[in-house]
Design a protein around this ligand. Structure first.
Ligand SMILES: *Cc1c(COP(=O)(O)O)cnc(C)c1O
Length: 227
């Protein structure tokens, strides 16, 4: 893929335009480049030609190969995929962020396995606001107890919520889904869980997510092409 550099320019312009359009603070939305299914070479182009630092991966074995190959660059690695308990040690050791925590057991393991020479692991709780049974994520009712438990864990730093709403074509429908997540963040704040991160928005719905308060957008296809 030789258009990676241009794609980064275009996506960053879209983010800046959406921040402006929806009254968001300039620079308040962080671009997470999602590289699952893409090569180390593609990531290197993003680092060296587009100055990208935050990268997201969904599969631990694939991610470890890339993290090792790029160990000479000061990058932030975000785990965004489903988490099996036998993978928590690798995640706790090699990542800076985990966006997809949806069980107490997984949080406890990450807390116990985070190396003491690293800062606490940044955590987002994945929320399945629509309650679709096939999808990962906690229900709206389960968020507060899980958030309170994670706040007690010394090696984890609870940052916010992550959501992957069902794809919707219309901007208003996309906004409705993201608004639910932001309102949930507000309610958690009223209960003393102050969270600074909303990880929401992908290639097809990033403007709607920014309109509703996303602070991290997770973008793959618009940067690196189809997987
Ligand atoms: C793959 C993936 C993305 C990126 O999706 P695109 O539509 O390619 O931008 C974002 N979030 C998660 C959790 C993903 O698995």
């Amino acid at each position: 893929m030789d258009h990676i550099e241009e794609n980064f320019t275009r996506v960053r312009q879209l983010i800046t335009a959406a921040e402006h359009c929806y009254g968001r603070q300039p620079g308040s939305v962080r671009l997470l480049a999602v590289t699952k299914g893409h090569s180390v070479e593609d990531i290197r182009i993003a680092v060296e030609h587009a100055g990208q630092r935050d990268f997201g991966e969904s599969f631990i074995q694939e991610a470890l190969v890339k993290i090792r190959a790029l160990a000479d660059s000061p990058l932030s690695w975000h785990f965004i995929g489903p988490i099996q308990s036998n993978k928590t040690r690798d995640i706790a050791q090699h990542f800076d962020w985990v966006h997809s925590v949806d069980r107490l057991k997984i949080a406890r393991r990450l807390d116990g396995q985070r190396p003491s020479d690293k800062p606490p692991l940044n955590i987002c709780i994945q929320v399945n606001a629509s309650g679709e049974p096939t999808k990962s994520g906690v229900t709206v009712e389960e968020v507060l107890p899980l958030a309170k438990a994670i706040l007690q864990m010394p090696r984890l730093h609870l940052r916010g919520l992550m959501a992957i709403p069902a794809p919707q074509g219309a901007l208003q429908k996309q906004r409705d889904s993201f608004r639910q997540i932001r309102e949930l963040q507000d309610r958690l704040g009223e209960h003393g869980c102050l969270l600074d991160t909303l990880s929401m928005g992908m290639s097809g719905d990033m403007a709607a997510a920014i309109a509703e308060g996303a602070t991290i957008v997770r973008i793959g296809t618009a940067l690196f092409g189809d997987r």
